[in-house]
Design a protein around this ligand. Structure first.
Ligand code: GLC
Length: 437
């Protein structure tokens, strides 16, 4: 397999000072390649994760387009008949990860988890399509992928929004991808703690002050167990799950992906009736507007059990910029709020606003910044015409890579790397975004 840079793209000539870092980023993706799919990081995450692979595919595409498409194909090997694209695909057996297949209780091959993750993949497919230098292979890859993507979006709108609100529900904090976010704190309190003993693996690899508490972990596992005990029946889960939120981050990712999916179908003249998805996109946009908080200049998630907005400023609350769901006036207010947010911690956007009482500088999703989230928000800012702030985010992100390498996340006060090392989505985001000229 060719892992050398694609000289036609001339990356080295354009940004000579980033060349060593780009080389390192490609090496990391090669190291984490398990033959068709990429693990997020050696040791900590030994399987294929859903949104990680989406981001990783964007990085792979900078030097090997066909490998990028393969990343997505491997992920879809885990898709369920009704369309769910699970958050983990366990392609191999590996006892070192917890909770593994035994706890998820999913009887499939390859076996998977039973929950979703932010549905980035149609957006990824759109970017691969737009940048492709190999139209024929791209057309073939998309012809295979589009029906699967359509099915995965239909799953979310049909099974996770039975009341037709336009916004889909999440049943587990892990579905947000922002697993330990304080936005889930109150809703999670409703979840009982399990009383069986287990051994966490994450604490053997990362300092405990950067990871979730035991109480929260007990509740995460209760939910995993509940889904299996209800036979993964979404209707029953929707009725009975004590954790049920409309996550603004998840819905933003879905909204953008849905619009990309519709554009792809149109561009390829794809013979599928997607009128339902078009209609849902419009409804979703309208419902998203009801999540706006004028006081805080961001959009909040909604707790579907208490039926209240969740007033905690996290990076998820900014993702409507990426979804193009904010009005120009709202986007302007968000940009101003973000300027201040960045003044309080300049190294990327702190995952929880530093003024929130729940802010914890080093605890994951409670303070540190993530490179791919910086990219998503920067992209949104750029599209709304805020090139200055978008560029600032990009510069600070490449600086973090230069000083700390490719870590899982970064202390937004100092730029110091934390969590896992040699992390795939960080390397990938460097390649397709902040290490580019
Ligand atoms: C953590 C993150 C999640 C990510 C996974 C693998 O669980 O919270 O977003 O997908 O790690 O990197």
């Amino acid at each position: 397999m060719a892992w050398e840079p694609n000289s036609r793209k001339g990356l080295q000539a354009e940004v000579p000072d980033n060349a060593p870092l780009q080389r390192r980023a490609r090496q990391i993706l090669k190291m984490n390649d398990r033959g068709g799919y990429t693990i997020p990081a050696d040791g900590l995450y030994p399987f294929q994760w859903n949104w990680d692979s989406g981001i990783t595919a964007l990085g792979l595409a900078t030097f090997d387009e066909s490998r990028a498409w393969r990343e997505l194909e491997y992920l879809f090997m885990g898709q369920w008949e009704h369309g769910l694209l699970p958050h983990i695909v366990f392609h191999v057996e590996d006892e070192t990860y917890f909770p593994g297949p035994e706890q998820w209780g999913v009887n499939r091959s390859p076996t998977t988890s039973s929950i979703a993750q932010p549905p980035l993949l149609a957006t990824v497919a759109m970017q691969l399509y737009q940048q492709s230098e190999n139209p024929r292979a791209t057309q073939e890859a998309l012809t295979r992928l589009l029906p699967q993507l359509i099915q995965s979006h239909r799953y979310l709108y049909r099974h996770r929004d039975p009341e037709g609100t336009g916004l889909v529900a999440s049943f587990h904090p892990w579905e947000s991808g922002m697993d330990n976010s304080p936005a889930w704190h109150e809703a999670l309190k409703r979840v009982p703690e399990i009383d069986w003993n287990y051994q966490r693996r994450d604490l053997q690899l990362v300092a405990s002050e950067q990871r979730p508490s035991k109480k929260d972990y007990d509740r995460f596992l209760y939910l995993v167990d509940l889904f299996a005990s209800l036979n993964f029946d979404d209707e029953a889960i929707y009725e009975r799950c004590p954790f049920k939120v409309q996550d603004v981050g998840f819905n933003s990712v879905l909204l953008r992906a849905n619009s990309d999916l519709l554009s792809l179908c149109e561009a390829l003249n794809f013979p599928a009736d997607v009128a339902d998805l078009r209609e849902t996109s419009e409804r979703s946009l309208n419902s998203m507007r009801q999540l706006w908080s004028e006081e805080h200049s961001c959009f909040f998630s909604r707790d579907l059990v208490s039926n209240e907005l969740i007033p905690v400023r996290t990076t998820g609350t900014l993702l409507p910029l990426y979804a193009r769901a904010a009005s120009p006036a709202q986007a302007k207010k968000m940009e101003q709020a973000l300027e201040y947010w960045l003044n309080r911690g300049p190294y990327g956007i702190a995952s929880t606003h530093p003024d929130e009482p729940s802010y914890q500088r080093m605890n994951y999703w409670r303070g540190p910044s993530w490179l791919h989230i910086n990219w998503m928000i920067s992209l949104g800012l750029d599209e709304y015409g805020f090139e200055g702030l978008a560029g600032k985010l990009k510069d600070v992100s490449s600086e973090m890579l230069r000083t700390s390498g490719f870590c899982e996340y970064y202390d937004s006060q100092t730029g110091k790397g934390c969590g896992g090392r040699d992390f795939s989505w960080t390397a990938a985001t460097g390649l397709f975004w902040c290490l580019q000229g």
